[in-house]
Ligand binder design. Structure first.
Ligand code: 0L1
Ligand code: MG
Length: 257
């Protein structure tokens, strides 16, 4: 039996991102399942690497119960981060590069020594050198942000850009830190790091396990985005966005007017 056209689907998704133009969902018509969707994601990211981008990390998606329930799934998903996606803390993004960007407050880990493939994560303190508040800018390449699970995996889990605030040593507890997302100085979302799989540290176990299934090994020096602590908010022209995470500080970005 002939399987889905992995390269062709990656090309469509890559073109949608390059032209900042939404496309329709692809999984149902192409018979894409979760494994094939990760193969598309690999091809999609490879396209970026061939243009000179570098892999700099991994991100977790659908880490809140609310997002999982919305998608009818019980497993988180993961995507890849490249250097071109990183926006300096306090930096400005050009909205012309995106289709319908949304921002969500996250917690980032700076990875240190990681287990060998197939080995479970030993000590979190050995694996993570530092933590920081972060903002993820997600931008589904599908019209109306509507997709199935294989669709969103193939689309690199809507990854588009991210900001990491100042790194701090890992605090004692990460499981119930207050999180705010502010837009233009007003609180837009309130949450807790507990929304990230009950404890963002769990996201790292999941990232290692799930990426390992597809032969992807996390690397020392990579950034790991553990997941969103609140719902995502549409990013409007001129908006100033700040994520505040208790004990960790802030990360911010501005959308060009
Ligand atoms: O980072 C995320 O949780 C997003 C995962 C993909 C689903 C979405 O685009 O909302
Ligand atoms: Mg996210």
């Amino acid at each position: 039996m002939i399987g889905p056209d992995i390269a062709g689907i990656a090309e469509k998704l890559g073109g949608a991102a390059d032209n900042a133009t939404a496309i329709g969902q692809l999984a149902a018509e192409t018979g894409l399942d979760v494994d094939a969707a990760y193969a598309v994601q690999t091809a999609l990211v490879q396209r970026r690497l061939e243009r000179g981008e570098r892999l700099v990390g991994l991100k977790m998606g659908l880490t809140s119960k609310a997002k999982m329930a919305q998608m009818g799934v019980d497993e988180v998903i993961w995507g890849r981060l490249t250097d071109l996606m990183r926006v300096p803390d306090g930096g400005t993004v050009d909205l012309g590069a995106f289709i319908h960007p949304r921002v969500e407050p996250e917690v980032a880990f700076l990875l240190d020594r990681l287990p060998e493939p197939g080995e479970p994560l030993g000590s979190f303190a050995d694996a993570v050198r530092a933590v920081a508040p972060a903002i993820e800018l997600i931008d589904s390449r599908y019209a109306n942000f509507a997709f199935s699970l294989p669709d969103v995996i193939a689309d690199n889990t809507s990854a588009a850009a991210f900001v990491v605030g100042a790194w701090s040593p890992v605090p004692d507890g990460l499981d119930n830190l207050g999180v705010l997302l502010e837009i233009d100085g007003r609180v837009a979302q309130v949450g807790s790091t507990a929304a990230i799989l009950g404890d963002p540290r769990r996201a790292l176990d999941e990232g290692i396990r799930l990426a390992g299934r597809h032969g992807v090994r996390l690397r020392e020096g990579w950034v790991f985005l553990a997941g969103a602590a609140t719902a995502a908010v549409p990013l409007r022209p001129g908006a100033h966005v700040r994520a505040v995470v208790e004990k960790l500080g802030t990360a911010s970005l501005r959308a060009a007017a």
